[in-house]
Design a protein around this ligand. Structure first.
Ligand code: FES
Length: 85
């Protein structure tokens, strides 16, 4: 399975936390050896800034994203990846 993380790089989302969230995602992927399965792409502002910071994981939208949100989501994907290996 592949996981695509789209992280809004618009100025509102970035200032509200996606700068830190991006660093956290990179660390999580490296620590869990998920580089082969997970890709990170930047996304433009979609004018949903009030719900930011926004991240999409395999097109599922997460809003008001914190490190905890990311950890919960990536923990779930990690289980599926490990199960399928
Ligand atoms: S900056 Fe992310 S939706 Fe506008």
């Amino acid at each position: 399975m592949t996981v695509e993380i789209k992280i809004c790089m618009g100025s509102a989302c970035f200032a509200k936390g996606n700068m830190e969230n991006l660093e956290y995602i990179k660390e999580y992927i490296a620590e869990n050896n998920m580089e082969a399965e997970v890709s990170i792409v930047g996304a433009l502002c979609e004018n949903k800034c009030e719900a930011g910071p926004r991240i999409l994981i395999n097109e599922k939208e997460y809003t008001n994203v914190t490190k905890e949100t990311i950890k919960d989501a990536l923990d779930s994907y990690k289980k599926i990846i490990n199960f399928n290996q």
